[in-house]
Design a binder for this molecule. Structure first.
Ligand code: ADP
Ligand code: MG
Length: 667
């Protein structure tokens, strides 16, 4: 084969060489013995930014015009027979600088120099990568160092490869180079005191492939020689999945653990203390409960005793009064039977029976007012102005004050607030007040000051009666409201305050006594204030009433005086007599009778009130006639305009006399 004829043909050795020449990743240039460029590949022209035409025949010393370094020394060395391999040189290109590893290899033939080959390996990208890696590693290393935990990396044999600053400080001035040395210095133990063998060390376990997490160990480090660490360890693998080492991270948790232990201890002690305190509290509570029970039992026994005493007294009182009423009735009944043929005697005994029964009925009514303590349902109640009631009672009783107080001077101290209104039955309130005034007068033998006050206090209204009399002993004060309790012997009934009590209860109020022996007494009744205003004031009511001329027939001095005073206080003119005979004399016989109203008792000393009523009705049809009786009326009721049962309620009496009431039997 002729090489000349094959020149330029693709399949000649030269053609293959050319293809290889171009395929190579390096820049290649070939220089002849005269060191002039004979051939180069495209990478060379790219690197030097020259063209084949311009470069052909160029001296090797001029063949790298854009190299940033002088290559003469390297070229000379290669020419002298010492190849220069991978010498880094920077080339300036239009697109930027490139880092190239430059190699010059001499070509020798027959022992003489035959030329030079240049090879340039562009390592710009690789260098950049290397720099990036170096930067990353530096960053990682600084991170590694600032970690407050101790970090240790060991190889598969447990030799220390790398430690961060904290890890180095752990054992300073010692530097454990192996896991075994570390183990010897640390003498690790579990928190319950079990020493670890070296193969039980977390790092050793990680080297066997285990991921160790949150292992608490006590090691001999630190100023006290005892530190508690929290250890995590991981195996490190190579790309084939083989363990090539381990990394161990240790955190000093001595302080935290101690704190935790202290807290736990504190909590335990607190719980213990709490336990003790609550046991003690329970014991105290039990004790208090026991004592309370005892006390309550005692109190109950006492109050039961008191209740029984009161009931006994009530029963005895009722029995006494019933006997008092029954005795004359029985005696009269007996005599009635014996003298049945004598009409005068019969009438006399009938009157006595009636009177005795009336007394009994009056007592029963008073006891009844004590017993009926349940609050009213509002059927008959109205709005009452306490100030008006007080004035009324004062007016009614005033004429009797001196007598009741056994002749002494009685001053009045009146303090009546406007707007002291309550809901209730006016007659009952008047009755209560009357009882209080009577008691006050009874207590002031030889005179004194009687105080009457009505006050408004928020939602409550108080009615106060005070005196400067004898006052009460503690025992009297405690028992004063009991029915039949009296310190006045025969003169007292012991029903006044009991009645007051019942009335107050029925009006949803309360009663209290303030008293000092020898100084006086104040009795205060407190009621809920009425929401609406009274329909009429006393003045208005008085103004509306025409004064009447009244003839009152009543033999009972108390009752007579009471009714007279009451009617007079209401503006009427009252003539009071005690017998039918006197009544007849007063009425006279003229068709023009000098009275507007006749009010008569039934049991009169000289006959039955019914006779008087019948006579008067027949003679003066337009005369207003009323009967006041302590028992069931069984007479000529058709002849009357009104019937009132004793004890008379003041409001009923006033209404009936004024002519405004219905002709019904008022309770
Ligand atoms: P009586 O007046 O018939 O004795 P009361 O029930 O009205 O019955 O009173 C009971 C007792 O309370 C009286 O006997 C008296 O000892 C005492 N008492 C009542 N009011 C007064 C008062 N204003 N001052 C002193 N003692 C009083
Ligand atoms: Mg009394």
């Amino acid at each position: 084969m002729n090489s000349e004829s094959d020149a330029g043909h693709r399949h000649t050795p030269t053609a293959r060489f050319d293809a290889l020449f171009e395929a190579i990743a390096h820049a290649i240039a070939v220089f002849d013995a005269g060191l002039e460029l004979v051939s180069a590949n495209a990478r060379y022209y790219e690197l030097t930014e020259t063209s084949p035409e311009a470069a052909r025949g160029r001296s090797v010393y001029d063949a790298f015009p854009n190299a940033q370094a002088d290559l003469t020394e390297q070229i000379d060395a290669a020419v002298d027979g010492t190849p220069v391999v991978a010498h880094p040189v920077t080339f300036q290109r239009r697109s930027g600088t490139r880092t190239v590893e430059v190699t010059f290899v001499p070509v020798s033939a027959d022992g003489g120099g035959a030329g030079l080959i240049f090879a340039g390996n562009d390592i710009t990208e690789r260098e950049e990568l290397r720099h990036d890696v170096a930067r990353s590693v530096a960053q990682l290393e600084s991170i590694f160092d600032v970690i407050p935990d101790s970090v240790r990396v060991v190889d598969a044999d447990g030799n220390t490869l790398r430690t961060n600053t904290q890890a180095q400080l752990d054992h300073a001035p010692n530097t454990p180079n192996t896991l075994r040395e570390l183990w010897q210095l640390d003498r690790p133990r579990t928190l319950d005191g079990t020493s670890l063998f070296v193969h039980e060390h977390p790092t050793a376990r990680a080297l066997r492939g285990e991921r160790v997490r949150g292992e608490r160990l006590e090691v001999r480090r630190g100023p006290d020689g005892a530190m508690i660490i929290d250890v995590n360890a991981n195996p490190l693998y190579d790309e084939h999945g083989r363990i090539r080492g381990a990394v161990t991270v240790e955190r000093d948790v001595t302080f935290r653990t101690q704190l935790q232990q202290q807290l736990e201890e504190e909590a335990r002690r607190t719980a213990e203390l709490y336990e003790r305190v609550s046991t003690e509290a329970e014991r105290l509570e039990r004790m208090v409960q026991e004592r309370t029970r005892e006390l309550l039992a005692l109190q109950e026994a006492r109050s039961r005793e008191r209740r029984l005493t009161a009931v006994g007294q009530l029963a005895a009182g009722v029995m006494h009064d019933v006997n008092n009423a029954l005795n004359p009735i029985m005696a009269a009944a007996y005599l009635l039977e014996a003298h049945a043929e004598n009409p005068d005697a019969v009438r006399d005994y009938a009157v006595r029976i009636a009177k005795a029964a009336e007394t009994g009925a009056a007592t029963a009514a008073r006891v009844g007012r004590f017993i009926r303590q349940e609050p009213m349902k509002g059927e008959r109640d109205e709005v009452i102005d306490l100030a008006a009631v007080c004035d009324e009672v004062v007016a009614m009783t005033r004429p009797l004050w001196a007598e009741r107080a056994r002749g002494g001077q009685v001053q009045l101290e009146r303090s009546l607030a406007p707007g002291a209104t309550i809901r209730g039955i006016p007659g009952e309130i008047r009755e209560a007040l009357l009882n209080l005034v009577q008691n006050a007068l009874d207590a002031m033998h030889g005179g004194g000051t009687l105080g009457i006050a009505a006050r408004v206090n928020g939602d409550a209204v108080a009615l106060e009666v005070s005196d400067t009399g004898t006052g009460m002993s503690e025992e009297t004060r405690e028992r004063a409201f009991e029915p039949f309790f009296t310190t006045k012997g025969q003169a007292g009934t012991g029903l006044g305050l009991a009645e007051v009590y019942g009335i107050v209860k029925r009006h949803r109020g309360s009663a209290e006594i303030e008293s000092a022996l020898g100084k006086g007494t104040t009795i205060r009744l407190v009621f809920p204030k009425a929401v609406d205003t009274p329909t009429a004031t006393l003045e208005e009511m008085l103004a509306r009433r025409a004064p009447r001329r009244v003839l009152l027939v009543e033999d009972h001095a108390d009752s007579r005086e009471f009714m007279q005073a009451l009617l007079e206080s209401d503006g009427h003119t009252v003539e009071a007599v005690t017998t039918i005979e006197d009544a007849m004399a007063r009425l006279g016989d003229n068709p023009e009778v000098p009275f507007d109203v006749l009010v008569s008792d039934i049991g009169l000393p000289d006959g039955s009130g019914w006779d008087l009523v019948t006579h008067a009705r027949n003679r003066w049809p337009r005369l207003r006639i009323g009967v006041v009786t302590g028992w069931e009326p069984r007479g000529n009721t058709a002849a009357t305009d009104f019937l009132l049962r004793k004890p008379v309620r003041t409001s009923d009496l006033l209404a009936q006399v004024a002519g405004s009431g219905n002709a019904v039997l008022a309770q």
